[in-house]
Ligand binder design. Structure first.
Ligand code: ATP
Length: 832
């Protein structure tokens, strides 16, 4: 009995058998379809001859007969329909039916005579027999190899795809996820899932442990099976690292989290020792990396070493950069060109940057980063005899200075402030965004003499590795960013670590140049950076105000401020409300709704609009991109405006579409892709990184306690270029400024400094071992021999089982041989 049959007893299930009269609608990006069926047989209480059947289906052929299982539903708009949960094509059972089927259009080259011969030889079960063993066709002399292949292919295709979709639906996957899974595994889908459902966790986005575990339970994988425990360990390691932005975690956290994941998915108590055992096995299998007591996701470990190797390689080339000109004199010429006098640190930064293979320029707002960057570009061109006129270059002889930033917005800002071409880092490297799963290498090595990357604080460990690896020998690199801003969304704190290593030449600009124009936002930013709020914090200034209010008054305060600003000519694009949380009365969702009513209402009720996920979208709405979409050159955090809505009935694919105009291009989103966007009148501070707005409105109340952090507040207020409106509780702002953000757990700084020694990669002869020791220090389980020891603190006993709920474990290495850290890491790419 196959898995589908095993799972379902179809005897009493409502069904409809009928021929397909029309396919009304099919979503090209998943399996969802709407069909019109001419009923030939049914056990439902339904008297009409035709019915609309909806569900997830593979290839459906018009005129063919199918059997649909599911239920009748009375749709409020479309009336009685049949929602199908599984289906199969009705196999022709009679001899004539079978001959007719095999000699039909589906089987080119098979005439009636040949079809008869097949049925004569194989009988009424012909299709099942061919499916089970394609070689049964060899006995039919009329069939050559080509015809046999065609028959087998057609039968397997219609049967195989159908089985897979049914299988996936029965495992509880909706059509969207089923489609992604099928796209990844194709005909091997069910085989892979049945062999190891946890594989989905590694390969398919949006599949969580509980989902994979539910399938595992269905197919009989035991709660204490090593496969299950290993999957939970890797899942927990990812969760711990990616949610905190760390590149590694410790055994005690990993063990506690893994047990929590396992026990919350199935009610089965897990022995901590068995988790410890599997951690060791994963280390042995090189699927998780243990180094000096720290446990790493493999790709992050490789990326940290990759960055380190690139930096060291660049620094070794320091002596090769030599200019015959007098650099101080040349800087004077640049000053004349720009009619400016650089400050001492600015001058030093320019001088060092052109002479260093890699250089970091950091500083808060208004300290002159852009001014210095322009100075560096001009001086570099001067020293190397290069023209800065893009027109002087061709495809064969490209512009030698590369400018890039992590988001489209930041790249655009760079282009505006330098007048030179700039792009996103992804585009520069030719990355298409699927590297995360596929583990592909960066596609091209860069060419040119100088690479400048702005907003470097937003670049995570994976991307930094990709970027630096693509830098050819001899290319100089300038990294620009504000080290006090939020770290990257992805793991790591690359800019912070590079600076902290003190190995990479750098300059921090501290003098504020924009102060002279009366900006109190910049002075506020610099105070916050130093952990203080200025005495005039609550007093209205020319460019900032504070409205004291409670959580429940925030919406009203913002409504009033925005209504007045709009009356004064501010547009939705000029004003950005930044809030730290999505839910609640002062959350992003509620504020977006209110702001949409101000900027883009549907007063008449007659405007074109579509709804999705409790949100309504109209032409003119300001929207935010939520994920990287490099193929379309649109990135997480980019903002755009809806410029078109086309209803399903008007489109070729019969799917609702929204067209969004971003800074650089227009992108069409089909309904199935609308989860990639949201309204953007109000957004999170994280999403605003890399963008600037004329007016920023920042509410803050103690309710946000988890989000009250200095780097968040600093990042938020530095998004304001002209006006800053603060509202909420003064105490909340005070708390946020007091609380410096904890550093992420990374080892990049130590690696660059050469402080982080690496242990030997495990081999069979010298296996890693973990001993779980309770507080009494008596070993309760010993896995292999020695080097790593975990000790467990049993302070906190769980009431049900006497096992500790929190495990205090430390890894101590006994055997610390020093070898090449990259042993066993060959071929590991950052996105694996
Ligand atoms: N040495 C200088 N002399 C006079 N004005 C300067 C000098 N350096 C910078 N400025 C001016 O200070 C202002 C801020 O400089 P710039 O935009 O380069 O800073 P920034 O660090 O890039 O700021 P932000 O991060 O806010 O964009 C600009 O108007 C710039 O012209």
């Amino acid at each position: 009995m196959d898995i589908q049959e095993e799972l379902f007893d179809a005897s009493a299930e409502p069904y409809i058998v009928g021929g397909i009269k029309a396919v009304f609608y099919q979503n090209p990006s998943n399996f969802y379809k709407v069909l019109l069926v001419q009923i030939t047989e049914t056990n439902c209480d339904y008297k009409e001859q035709e019915i609309v059947v909806t569900g997830s289906f593979g290839q459906i052929q018009e005129e063919e007969v199918y059997r649909f299982y599911g239920k009748l539903v009375d749709h409020p708009k479309f009336g009685m329909q049949f929602t199908s949960t599984r289906y199969h094509q009705e196999k022709p059972t009679s001899i004539e039916g079978l001959i007719h089927y095999l000699s039909g259009d589906k089987f080119p080259g098979i005439g009636e005579k040949t079809a008869e011969a097949i049925v004569d030889a194989l009988g009424e079960e012909a299709i099942d027999r061919i499916n089970a063993d394609p070689d049964v066709l060899v006995q039919i002399p009329q069939l050559n190899q080509k015809k046999r292949d065609t028959i087998v292919e057609v039968i397997q295709q219609s049967n195989g795809m159908e089985k897979i979709i049914i299988g996936l639906n029965q495992y509880g996957f909706g059509s969207q996820l089923a489609y992604s899974i099928y796209q990844t595994y194709q005909e091997k889908t069910l085989e892979i899932i049945q062999e190891n459902p946890y594989q989905l966790l590694e390969d398919i986005e949006h599949v969580g442990f509980k989902k994979a575990d539910a399938i595992a339970e269905q197919i009989g994988i035991k709660a204490d099976s090593p496969m299950r425990i290993k999957a939970a360990i890797l899942f927990s390691l990812n969760e711990l690292c990616l949610s905190n932005g760390d590149t590694y975690t410790y055994a005690e956290q990993l063990l506690t989290k893994t047990i929590e994941v396992l026990e919350s998915s199935r009610s089965f108590l897990i022995e901590p020792e068995s988790v410890a055992d599997e951690i060791v096995h994963l280390i042995d299998e090189n699927k998780l990396i243990e180094d000096n007591g720290k446990l790493y996701i493999r790709s992050l470990y490789a990326a940290e070493w990759g960055i380190t190797a690139s930096i060291h390689h660049m620094l070794e080339n320091s002596s090769k950069i030599k200019y015959s000109q007098d650099i101080d004199k040349e800087i004077k010429i640049v000053e004349k060109t720009f009619n400016i006098q650089y400050g001492k640190s600015q001058k030093e930064a320019i001088k060092k940057a052109v002479q260093s293979p890699i250089f970091i320029l950091t500083g808060g707002p208004g300290t002159g980063k852009t001014t210095v960057l322009n100075g560096i570009v001009t001086l570099y061109a001067e020293l190397n005899g290069l023209s800065l006129d893009v027109e002087d270059y061709t495809e064969e002889k490209p512009f030698p200075i590369l400018l890039a930033a992590p988001t489209g917005r930041a790249a655009k800002k760079m282009n505006e402030s330098t007048g030179l071409p700039s792009s996103t880092i992804h585009r520069l490297l030719g990355l298409n965004g699927s590297e995360n799963q596929a583990g592909e290498q960066a596609e091209k090595e860069l060419s040119g003499g100088l690479l400048i990357v702005d907003e470097m604080s937003m670049v995570d460990t994976w991307l930094a590795n990709q970027l630096l690896r693509a830098v050819p020998s001899g290319m100089q690199v300038l990294l620009v960013g504000d080290k006090d801003q939020l770290p990257s969304v992805g793991p790591g704190q690359v800019l912070h670590d590079l600076l902290a290593s003190q190995k990479v030449p750098s300059m921090e600009l501290n003098e504020i140049y924009r102060q002279g124009d009366g900006s109190s936002i910049i002075t506020l930013a610099h105070s916050i950076k130093n952990g203080e709020l200025p005495a005039d914090f609550l007093k209205p200034q020319r460019d900032r105000s504070f409205f004291n209010c409670s959580t429940f008054q925030i919406e009203e305060v913002i409504r009033q401020v925005v209504t007045k600003a709009k009356a004064k000519g501010f547009t939705a694009q000029d004003i950005q409300v930044l809030a730290p949380m999505y839910r609640g009365p002062a959350g992003i969702d509620a504020l977006n709704k209110m702001l949409q009513d101000i900027f883009n209402p549907n007063d008449t009720g007659r405007r074109k609009e579509v709804s999705f996920n409790n949100k309504v979208y109209r032409i003119g709405d300001k929207v935010l991109q939520l994920v990287n979409y490099p193929e379309m050159n649109v990135f997480n955090g980019d903002m755009g405006e809806i410029v078109g809505i086309t209803y399903a009935k008007e489109t070729e694919d019969k799917v609702d579409e929204i067209v969004i105009r971003f800074d650089a291009n227009e992108v069409t989103y089909k309904r199935s892709e609308w989860n990639k966007i949201t309204l953007a009148y109000c957004c999170s501070i994280h999403k605003s990184q890399g963008s600037e707005f004329k007016m920023v409105i920042l509410p803050m109340v103690k309710n946000y306690h988890r989000m009250l952090r200095r780097d968040l507040t600093y990042t938020a207020i530095t998004r304001a270029s002209e006006l800053l409106i603060l509202c909420g509780e003064p105490q909340a702002f005070h708390e946020s400024v007091m609380k410096s953000s904890a550093d992420r757990l990374t080892t990049l700084k130590e690696r660059i400094m050469g402080e982080e020694e690496s242990i030997k990669s495990p081999t069979d002869e010298n296996a890693t071992k973990i001993t779980v020791v309770p507080e009494s220090k008596e070993p309760v389980s010993s896995v292999t021999d020695q080097p790593v020891q975990l000790s467990m603190d049993q302070e906190n006993e769980s009431p049900q089982n006497g096992l500790p709920k929190e495990y205090k474990l430390t890894i101590s290495k006994v055997n610390n041989e020093e070898v090449d850290p990259m042993i066993g890491m060959e071929g590991v790419t950052p996105y694996q």
